[in-house]
Structure formats: structure tokens, C-alpha cells
Ligand binder design. Structure first.
Ligand SMILES: CC(C)(COP(=O)(O)OP(=O)(O)OC[C@H]1O[C@@H](n2cnc3c(N)ncnc32)[C@H](O)[C@@H]1OP(=O)(O)O)[C@@H](O)C(=O)NCCC(=O)NCCS
Length: 162
């Protein structure tokens, strides 16, 4: 699919938020806790984070239609070396067309341009297919994390050297 991928300002956050909810909806009954987009985020909170420079928005557009998006920024766990991305989301009817991969490649390009050493993300342990996808794209499991209130680890930290 022919899409344009680029970083954009917060004027697109409303439709990006809707698309993220659409993409993550199918995981609501699969992962515990449910996806962060349903627990943590609102359009207002994401806009503020973009205003403060904590998060940046990259979009994939086909003509004017939003096909995918991802949030990225400095990884606060290792701010001098690691860039982070999350909420990677593609319009569900268009899964498997390379849009997710192109979004991640753009995040990696931004990170490299800004001299970060690694691109990093967090992936739920229960979502084996996502872990396999990131491994295929050069990411490795480098640690694990546990959501507050859970006894066992719930996600892997994954990283790729740039
Ligand atoms: C995950 C998501 C962003 C991927 O986007 P997409 O546009 O469908 O992905 P792409 O078409 O670019 O790539 C899919 C890749 O995964 C690979 N893949 C899929 N299932 C796989 C599996 N079980 N094992 C290994 N690789 C797999 C495909 O072969 C393809 O690899 P390629 O790029 O080398 O051809 C999209 O499915 C989505 O929005 N899912 C819901 C939200 C989500 O889970 N986000 C990620 C949170 S970590």
C-alpha cells in the first residue's frame, strides 16, 4: 500500500487516538491489563504530552486518510541512548500491508538522525505474534516489566541497535 509516513503535530492527535482505539480493540479481551490506550490515555493527555515534547506523533496517510500511527520519544529509562515508541497502530482492515513496518522504520530513522543508539519498545508477553514480528524486524528481548498490581511480568522490553 502506498502511504506517506511523516512526523506531524498534535492537530492529528484526535484521529490518531480513534485509530489506536480501533487497532487495539481486539486485544481488550486477550491481555490483562487491557491495552494502555483504554486505561491511560485521553486526547487531552496525549496533546499535553506532545506539547511538553515528551511524545511525538508519526502518521501513515493514504491520500488524506489516516492508515496508521505511532507515538515516540526519548526513553526515560535511558534518555541519553534510547529512543522509545509505543501505541503502534494500523487500521485493522489494512493489517499485513507493511504499514506497521514503515512506521517503525520512520521512528528508527528519526532516532538515528538524533544520534540515539537504540530503538526500544515494550511488548506484552501474551502477544507472541507481536514479539515474533519485532524479532523479525531486528528487535531483541532485553528485559521484562510488570504492570502495577500484577504479580508476574506482563511485558518484555525490546531493543534494536541502530
Ligand atoms: C502490530 C501492527 C501495528 C502491525 O502492523 P501491520 O501493518 O499489520 O504490519 P506489517 O504488515 O508492516 O508487518 C507485519 C509483519 O509481521 C510479520 N508477522 C506477522 N505474524 C508473524 C508471526 N507470527 N511470526 C513472525 N512474523 C510475523 C509479517 O510477516 C510481516 O513481516 P515483514 O514486514 O517482514 O513482511 C498491527 O497489526 C496493529 O495495529 N495491531 C494492533 C495493535 C498492536 O498490537 N500494536 C503493537 C503493540 S506492541
Amino acid at each position: 500500500m502506498n502511504v506517506s509516513i511523516y512526523e506531524t503535530d498534535k492537530s492529528n492527535i484526535g484521529r490518531a487516538y480513534d485509530l489506536m482505539k480501533m487497532a487495539f480493540a481486539q486485544q481488550r479481551n486477550i491481555i490483562d491489563p487491557e491495552p494502555g490506550i483504554f486505561r491511560n490515555d485521553t486526547i487531552r493527555s496525549l496533546s499535553s504530552e506532545i506539547d511538553r515534547g515528551e511524545k511525538r506523533l508519526v502518521v501513515a496517510l493514504h491520500r488524506t486518510r489516516l492508515m496508521g500511527c505511532v507515538l515516540c520519544g526519548v526513553n526515560q529509562e535511558n534518555p541519553t541512548e534510547d529512543f522509545y515508541f509505543g501505541r503502534l497502530a494500523v487500521r485493522p482492515r489494512y493489517f499485513g500491508n507493511g504499514i506497521g513496518r514503515q512506521l517503525v522504520e520512520e521512528v528508527e530513522r528519526l532516532a538515528k538522525e538524533e544520534k540515539f543508539l537504540r530503538s526500544t519498545c515494550a511488548v506484552r508477553i501474551a502477544l507472541r505474534q507481536n514479539i515474533a514480528m519485532f524479532e523479525k524486524w531486528g528487535y531483541e528481548i532485553v528485559g521484562e516489566g510488570t504492570h502495577t498490581g500484577y504479580a508476574e511480568p506482563t511485558y518484555y522490553k525490546m531493543a534494536k541497535s541502530l
